[in-house]
Design a protein. Structure first.
Length: 72
């Protein structure tokens, strides 16, 4: 969620930017990035930059809407 939340707020972000924003270890980061890419939620936009995929945008907006409904 930290990676997705950062990409929603900042758009395409470098590996270093994501590591700084999420405060994940490199091992945790690579594990989650691999899972997010394999599930088509994010894409590698450039050599060292990641962004939400089309499906990632749709699912993250839907998920945030569901969470906000329950938090009211």
């Amino acid at each position: 969620m930290k990676i997705i939340r950062t990409l929603i707020k900042k758009g395409p972000t470098s590996k270093k930017g994501l590591l700084d924003q999420t405060q994940l270890s490199q091992g945790q980061f690579y594990h989650h990035i691999k899972e997010l890419i394999s599930n088509n939620l994010i894409t590698k936009a450039k050599k060292d930059e990641y962004d939400l995929s089309s499906m990632g945008h749709v699912l993250s907006v839907s998920f945030i809407g569901i969470i906000n409904t329950f938090l009211k």
